[in-house]
Design a binder for this molecule. Sequence first.
Ligand SMILES: *Cc1c(COP(=O)(O)O)cnc(C)c1O
Length: 395
Amino acid sequence: MNPTVDIDNQKTLQEATAQSRSIRRYTDYQQITLYKDINPLDWEDWHWQIRHRICTKDELAQVIKLTPDEEEGIRKAKGRLSLAITPYWVSLMDPEDPDCPLRRQAVPVSAESVISPHEMVDPCAEDRDSPAPHLVHRYPDRVLLLATEQCAMYCRHCTRRRLVGDREVHSNGDVSRFDAAVEYIKSNRKIRDVLISGGDPFVLEDNEIDAILERIRSIPHVEFLRIGTRVPVTLPQRVTEELIKVLKKYSPIWVSIHFNHPKEITKRCKMACDMLADAGIPLGSQTVLLRGINDRPYIMKKLMHELLKIRVRPYYIYQCDLVRGTQHFRTPVAVGINIMEKLRGHTTGYAVPTYVVDAPGGGGKIPVGPNYILSQAKGKYVLRNYRGKIYTYLE
Ligand SMILES: *Cc1c(COP(=O)(O)O)cnc(C)c1O
């Protein structure tokens, strides 16, 4: 069968083929000299992955061919945002190509130390809206709990770089640091939704995750929990049967996963998402619009399609926040609007997330997108559809 494809899809296919040639499959890590003797059981052990993260220039130079600009970037990143890359993520990076979309998200470059005029330490003013340690309360009915300052991997575009970045993962099961946050939620009966993020909550040990969920779940007016994570993408080995057992106890829990590029959706990543989805956990995605990584409509569309195939519902595309040292990642807002224009109507509605600007200064997420209302008068809307054809709706 020869399915008809539009020009955009044709590009997708060509791109996908070109990309798959450079993708090393997750079983192929043994082709990397540094990992050639690793026992597959170790490779599948998330603690082993954490312990063996690449954290220095010398280690990184063993697995990829560093450019002088990356070397400078690593030197200058010291004391700003930690470098830590899981062996799993290393196995997906192109060792020869500094423009590899996975490499660019993980390896510092010199542009990271350039601070541009509008950039801020805390662009969304989260610290100002913090009524208790580790808690951000911005919207009337929901709060954000920052469960840890650690991640499996540190994304170079991180918006919470002011907080995150410890290379040591501390998790001793002691959750007393959230006492004030839990008290605040308890005493504010309007809060029906608690979003647990960080850092990445899933770098904590199972017993600590259990203890946090237990404390929040036991608050009667909290109807709904969410967890924001990137672990299925950066460390899929972390999604274990034991973790799933913990999560299932506190259903309903929704999980939002940070995905930026179709190459991130490997067989191993799919296994982790399958385990979550099979446990009845609804999955959503969050994507940051990043220059040279996912700023072309056909790449973003491919990502959204791949997400639906692994049962992840695209939720948000974020305009890259005005956080210090990220100018090289940022696109004009028009780029995001154009991507939305190329999605809505052209593909499955479920594949269309909401594009948002998280307002500088703390106004929250503001949706932006193409304008479909051409004019509006009493009892009459003049609209255009995704093809540009004009329709009138009479009220
Ligand atoms: C993103 C965010 C939320 C959750 O927003 P939703 O649109 O409900 O997903 C809550 N609090 C803060 C501070 C946030 O940044």
